[in-house]
Design a binder for this molecule. Sequence first.
Ligand code: ZN
Length: 186
Amino acid sequence: MKLMLLFFLMLSAAMTACQAETPSRPTVKSTSMQNASHPSNPYYSRTDTTKLELPDTVWKKVLPPELYPVARQGATEPAFTGKYWDYEGIGTYFCAACGNSLFRSDAKFASTCGWPSFFETVRPGSVVYRKDTSFGMARTEVLCGRCGAHLGHLFDDGPPPTGKRFCMNSISLEFEPDHPETKKPQ
Ligand SMILES: [Zn+2]
């Protein structure tokens, strides 16, 4: 009888050890650290460049309420109110809706228009264009090349070398500094 007890004790000890060695269930691998800061937006990724074609009903659920009207309905934030129009940090600007990389800070220039302005995109295809004739004006609308979010407009009065001015809404952008200690605008 004593032997049986010993056997059971050994068996349970072995099982416990076995359980301890069982690898924990694989968790869904996050594609980037930034995903953690967008818990309500499963489409956000700074590494995945797959085009997103989602209905506005989905975007309405996953985007912050203040971003939705600009990103999906083409609204424009008032001049001089966004957090990036006069910001000079060194780093990269990403689409706030999907994480697609859009502009480098070295293509940003001091513009008096009240919106963050850039003379070129980070790579061809990072944005797409659409003719915009709203408000009786013929303008070129700039949209995110990955998710189609409205970013702003493109004008031909920018500085060299391109002569272009990508006039963007701050709220459509997310800045990530090259150096983590860089102070981000509030
Ligand atoms: Zn996007």
